[in-house]
Design a protein around this ligand. Sequence first.
Ligand SMILES: C[S@@+](CC[C@H](N)C(=O)[O-])C[C@H]1O[C@@H](n2cnc3c(N)ncnc32)[C@H](O)[C@@H]1O
Length: 238
Amino acid sequence: MASSSRAFVLRHTRLRPVPGLEEIRLHLADEVLPLWHAVQLATDDPDAALPYWAFAWGGGLAIARYLRDRPEAVAGRRVLDFASGSGLCAVAALKAGAASATGVDIDPFSAAAISLNARANGVRAAVIQRDILDEELPDVDVILAGDVCYEAGLADRAVTWLERARATGIDVLLGDPGRRYLPTDALVQLAEYEVRTTTELEDLDRKTGWVYAFRAGTGGEPRAGRTSVASRVIDSSS
Ligand SMILES: C[S@@+](CC[C@H](N)C(=O)[O-])C[C@H]1O[C@@H](n2cnc3c(N)ncnc32)[C@H](O)[C@@H]1O
């Protein structure tokens, strides 16, 4: 599946600079619906997920801009890019000097895209392809979460997990372009950017993207039970 997923990503995308972040190149698609249809055919699954991995989303774009402005947030640190999609935030972290970055996503095409996109940018990202939200917290220094509040179920689980991570001392950066399920009361705004997205995905091709940290005191489990991300890696770009 891994090699066929890579071939699928390469066949349906074009490597190009990310608007507003031209130093990063990603395998991106122009149109969402034809690609979604191709995914449904390739997987023989009419309920296949949208090809999130073929686009740079507003929340991830905001985090990537933040890391370009503030590389010290990740430099020399172990980073996990949760709900990685294309791997944009992992790539941005590695370009900002992260010691390591792991992209986590449930979508097998995303796992392929993360590897391909890391390689296209001359960096190496590890990949985890499964749902880790009910597992022990990963052994990392920083978690990036770009655009995870677009759907109630994911937002609820992800925010609970991110708050728990924050409470154990992991730095968390949440990027968001104003999604419905953003838990604003729990967050402190760190930065605001105009990000260039596409009307294939959004109502406007320019959106405001915010970067947030969690307020102190949210979450709250003891620092215990971390497991090594490296022990869970299923794939690496080379
Ligand atoms: C809107 S996209 C954001 C992608 C990327 N972070 C960005 O900003 O460009 C959301 C991503 O969350 C992933 N996702 C959904 N549920 C997930 C879960 N339980 N664990 C990990 N990733 C998940 C999807 O597959 C998709 O790639």
